[in-house]
Design a protein around this ligand. Sequence first.
Ligand code: FAD
Length: 384
Amino acid sequence: MPRQIYDEDHEAFRATVHEFVERTLKPRAEEMVREKSIARDIWREAGKQGLFGLGIPEEYGGAGVTDYRFNAVAAEEVAAFSAALSSCFGIHSDVNPPYLVELGTDEQKQRWLPGMASGDLISAIAMTEPSGGSDLAALKTTAMRADDGSGDWIVNGSKTFITNGYSADLVIVAARTDPAKGAKGITLFVIEEGMPGFGRGRKLDKVGQEESDTSELFFENVRVSDANRLGAEGVGFVAMMQRLPQERIGGAVSNTANAAQILRETIEYAKDRKAFGQPIGTFQHNKFKIAELVTAVEVTQAYVDDCVAAHARGELTAVDAAKAKWWSAQVQNDVLDECVQLYGGYGYMNEYRVARAWRDARVTKIWAGSNEIMKELIGRDLGL
Ligand SMILES: Cc1cc2nc3c(=O)[nH]c(=O)nc-3n(C[C@H](O)[C@H](O)[C@H](O)COP(=O)(O)OP(=O)(O)OC[C@H]3O[C@@H](n4cnc5c(N)ncnc54)[C@H](O)[C@@H]3O)c2cc1C
């Protein structure tokens, strides 16, 4: 079905992003996998092509775009090539800027947003801890006022599984500032590269998504100026809950675009590859299977598109974002598993995109709120 949500301006931006993917990302794919990270010059080139500044106001170096559909276009084009790169870029361009734009002081915005828009500064967001990610309100990293009257904070604790964590110049960190207040005792801070006591573990060895750097972060008596506190004391948990829907719809956009692209490639393979003297796609089982997969992707796309349009109007609810996220993650995983099957033995070889995509996709049912947590949110909304 023809998609309805994009007009010619969105398609023109799509062409720019597509050209960037072809020219800059594709030729460097193996390098990124080998290095387990994205080189600085690639971040800067993405910034130059306008991928990072969309939601950042013009006075802070961005494009000042309030129409989320442009963000969705960028996510689709990058995810069609690599789910991992879409996640690294998406966290930097879609997830983190709203925290700074909406909660930051003018001084903080001046300090960080122009560099984020240009790709000179890489950002991460650190919520999850070794002791748990789903129960965010129970996080243990602390930030306590220094007792020297300076107003500074002393941060102690650790985070894990942090996307862009190894390379990040600045990390939005959720820390407990009042142990007695539960979710209302959490505050956000921006912790920067070079602060004494801020350390990083190795780049974690993941099942897939090798080209993204995912790290542990350690805070040992890190002295953080009050000028790096993001938002008021105690509002960190609510701030994260308010911004998770954008992260989740971004995830849904990427999941669907990634599955759709690998499926298109698989259909071409099924037309070409022969067994028993005929293309494997023409066996009735495979033909029906492909018909089911195409249907699943298109039906999912329609719901995700509705959510994107709603978000662009400022009307997307957290519950609908949760539905889009878990459903698209499940469909992506189901579709890619069947695509591997259609490729036969080649589908199990890392040199084939389908194999990597299958490995890369597994995490989409876990991160940014697992499928179980998404269903918990939906169930709660139903009064259950
Ligand atoms: C590659 C990767 C990148 C990531 N990037 C980031 C990042 O940039 N920043 C960040 O902060 N985090 C990041 N994460 C962390 C991710 O968000 C967490 O892994 C996720 O939220 C789950 O937390 P957990 O791993 O502690 O699992 P747990 O919370 O220990 O959960 C374990 C299992 O129990 C289930 N479970 C938990 N509670 C319930 C419940 N109430 N009902 C039913 N089932 C439940 C979960 O669904 C899961 O299946 C990343 C993770 C990965 C793997």
